[in-house]
Design a protein around this ligand. Structure first.
Ligand code: DAH
Length: 353
């Protein structure tokens, strides 16, 4: 009886050994442990045979059972350690980060097409020796109109065209009301008052007009003003500067056309057309079949403007020009509605990235 029981324990130990070896996970190993070493497990089952044994047989079975238990325990511990190490290694392998892989490119956004045009044009004038000047968007009438020789009854000074900061412009007693600047030309005045000739700068910035919104009008838009004042500055300098600019911006083959015009702050004044860079001048949708597109206003600084800033018009001369950036960006990209610039629809903006 005792020998049979001890033999049975050996068989159990062998079975357990192969079950332990076959357990592929720590969970399967837990099952094996319960099956052999649990309170109702196979080893405990053998111990029940104690009852039928004599007093000196009992310790022998007890010792044999204990040894079997210890052996199975030791085998389970060893297997558990191995399985945990495997599981760790597998997890590490799965989570492996290959630091040598190139990064995934991320969409960084892009500059707005008006900003792009503004920066491109500013860069070109910087190359031509112009400084950059800035002025306030909330201006007074004197800088925006009076100093620029714009007569008191000029339609631009009407509330229909200009945003007044005061809510009741018509009853405002002061004759120098605050407004949103309608053009960047007042920066000419501020720039000249700040220094003595020679003066050469451009002034980029936002301007505001009380216009009805349509495909070519928006109450906010962007201009770049240019000014060059020195002794003996001539209309030829104006033409040469603008032609250099146009060829750097539109390409080496474009030409300019100067048409007589009128601005209160210049005399003589000219509107400037550039030969259509889209069709090369042969006529297309962008230039409305004329071969030319109007890009800016310009002229020789009016003597009254010099007087307003304390310059002597007998000593200095100068040229000035102003251009609308939205219009230039529209012509460049074939955009036919100015409102697109301010709706900020990502599908529109992405095209200029
Ligand atoms: N200020 C004018 C406008 O907003 C543009 C302009 C024309 C500016 C002629 C100038 C200039 O400096 O000489 O329409």
């Amino acid at each position: 009886m005792i020998n049979q029981a001890i033999q049975q324990l050996r068989v159990l130990a062998e079975e357990a050994a192969s079950a332990i070896a076959a357990a592929g996970t720590t969970a399967a190993l837990d099952d094996v442990q319960i099956r052999y070493l649990g309170r109702k497990g196979a080893v405990a089952e053998q111990m029940k045979l104690m009852k039928g044994l004599t007093a000196d047989e009992r310790p022998r079975l007890g010792q044999a059972a204990n040894e079997t238990k210890l052996a199975i325990e030791a085998a389970i511990d060893a297997r558990r350690t191995a399985l945990l190490a495997d599981e760790d290694a597998r997890k590490l392998d799965q989570d492996r980060v290959d630091v040598t892989l190139p990064g995934r490119p991320r969409w960084l956004g892009a500059k707005h097409p008006v900003t792009q045009a503004l920066e491109d044009i500013t860069d070109i004038f910087r190359q031509l020796g112009f400084a950059i000047e800035e002025g306030p968007e909330i201006e007074d009438e004197w800088h925006c109109f009076d100093a620029l020789n714009v007569p008191a009854d000029h339609p631009a000074r009407d509330a229909q065209d200009t945003f007044f900061i005061s809510s009741t412009p018509d009853v405002d007693a002061s004759n120098n009301r605050m407004i949103l600047r309608t053009h960047t030309s007042p920066v000419q005045i501020r720039g000249m008052k700040n220094r003595t000739p020679p003066v050469r700068f451009i002034a980029p910035g936002r301007v505001y007009r009380n216009d009805k919104i349509d495909a070519s009008h928006y109450p906010i838009f962007t201009q770049i003003e240019g000014l060059y004042v020195d002794k003996n500055v001539s209309f030829a300098d104006l033409k040469g500067t603008l032609l250099a600019f146009a060829r750097l911006y539109y390409g080496p083959n474009v030409n300019l056309r100067f048409r007589p015009s009128y601005f209160p702050f210049t005399e003589p004044s000219a509107e400037v057309d550039v030969s259509c860079s889209v069709c090369g001048g042969s006529g297309c949708r962008v230039c409305k079949q004329t071969g030319w597109v109007e890009v800016l206003g310009s002229g020789m600084v009016h003597p009254n403007v010099f007087r307003a800033v304390g310059y002597n018009p007998d000593e200095v001369t100068g040229f000035a020009f102003g251009m609308g950036i939205e219009r230039i960006a529209m012509l460049k990209h074939g955009i036919d509605d100015i409102r697109l610039f301010y709706e900020n629809d990502i599908r529109f903006l992405e095209q200029f990235a």
